[in-house]
Design a protein around this ligand. Structure first.
Ligand code: HSE
Length: 394
């Protein structure tokens, strides 16, 4: 087998991890030929002879077979990935934002240039979920896919449960390399949404864009919400949801109280958990580190290895694209705020309970998803919206 030559873009947390992981994987005939980075002043643990600051040194080098794109800037990454595919190079990327925003275009580009475009590291870090959705569940109809798909928020929520404050926990997640360069992408549920867009494509053949998928995050969760969870024996997790309903697919990201029977209840810190409900296989759970240098690099390594045997995603579920997102459903939800008036300003179709004290108020009940995605009261009033364990009203 001839040795694959890799052109690597980015040498941060995951790029640096890939360099290490490849060095320790002697059996894989692949070497990093060139690494293009942006910042000349940064110290890096790789030989300086590999480093370049000019993307052409990879893109125009006919000796390079695979471009591995692991940079933060998704706009720059878009141009790199498009150029590489057009030049007939295989591409591996972990850039969920870029891929979620341009998936169909990139699929077409890869196809028309006869190359592979793989991105296992973009969803769930080390969890091999995309390839399983492509291969294993190929003939098994899925009715839902849901779970924890952001490591940073799970880390913050876990620490919150241990009594550590939001700012301190986020700073630690940043230090450990879990958080995005702009951590609002994590805490407001955008990162999870980008990943959900990819999961919906591979699980249901559903083509959508981040703009069409509702997300709300953990920024406004307060001590009182955590106390509510503790009192009921719940834990709060940020969950990406994809559920087939008669009217279409309900796809959104929101925090949820989960009970200890829920498969993700004990999944803590930067671990992710993805739960698949299939017609024949029934319920299955994938758990693994969803962020961090080596775990994400391991998924990238696996893609590089798959290219060695010409592996490509086939998107077979997209052959009958009957699925679309639906806004026609209701959610069991909890709304919390320091102000009872603010809690009452949220329209619920059915109110199950209201609690009010001097410091904090909340109500629970059923809220229409249409209503939820239309309004900006969550942000304006900094309300906590947390789904109750029942989730979607059936
Ligand atoms: N910021 C992301 C997370 C990194 O916390 O999950 C892995 O995609």
């Amino acid at each position: 087998m001839s040795t694959l030559k890799i052109g690597l873009f980015g040498c941060g947390c995951v790029g640096g991890g890939l360099y290490e992981v490849l060095n320790q994987t002697r059996q894989l005939p692949a070497v990093i030929h060139k690494i293009v980075v942006k910042d000349p002043s940064k110290k890096r643990q790789v030989p300086s002879s590999l480093i370049s600051f000019h993307k052409e040194e990879i893109l125009d080098d006919p000796a390079i077979d695979i471009v591995v794109e692991l940079i933060n800037d998704s706009d720059a990454a878009y141009h790199i990935v498009c150029d590489a595919l057009k030049k007939g190079k295989h591409v591996v990327s972990a850039n969920k934002k870029l891929i979620a925003e341009h998936l169909d275009e990139l699929i077409l580009l890869a196809k028309s240039n006869g190359v592979s475009f793989l991105y296992e590291g973009a969803v769930g870090g080390s969890i091999p979920v995309i390839r399983n959705l492509e291969e294993y569940y190929n003939n098994d109809t899925l009715s839902s896919i849901e779970g924890i798909i952001n490591g940073t928020t799970n880390f913050i929520l876990t620490k919150g449960n241990e009594g550590i404050g939001y700012a301190e926990a986020l700073a630690e997640a940043q230090l450990k390399g879990f958080a995005e360069a702009d951590p609002t992408l994590d805490v407001d549920g955008f990162d999870a949404k980008f990943k959900l867009v990819l999961l919906l494509k591979h699980a249901f053949g559903l083509t959508t864009t981040p703009d069409e998928v509702f997300n709300t995050g953990i920024r406004h969760i307060k001590q009182q919400d955590i106390a509510f969870a503790r009192e009921k024996g719940y834990r709060i997790k940020l969950i990406g949801h994809g559920h087939k309903l008669p009217s279409g697919v309900a796809g959104f990201v929101a925090p949820q109280f989960i009970k200890n029977q829920h498969p993700a209840y004990f999944v803590d810190n930067e671990f992710n958990a993805i739960i698949v409900q299939a017609a024949f296989a029934d319920k299955q759970l994938f758990i693994g580190k969803g962020a961090g240098s080596f775990p994400t690099a391991s998924a990238v390594l696996s893609d590089i290895s798959a290219i060695q045997y010409q592996y490509q995603y086939e998107y077979r579920k997209s052959d009958t694209p009957t699925n679309k997102l639906t806004p026609d459903f209701h959610l069991h939800a909890y709304i919390g705020s320091a102000s009872l008036d603010d809690v009452h300003s949220v329209p619920m179709d059915v109110t199950d309970s209201v609690f009010s004290s001097k410091e904090y108020s909340y109500k629970t009940g059923q809220i229409s998803f249409q209503q939820l995605r239309k309004t900006d009261w969550l942000e304006q009033k900094q309300l906590s919206l947390i789904l109750l364990p029942q989730g979607i009203v059936s």
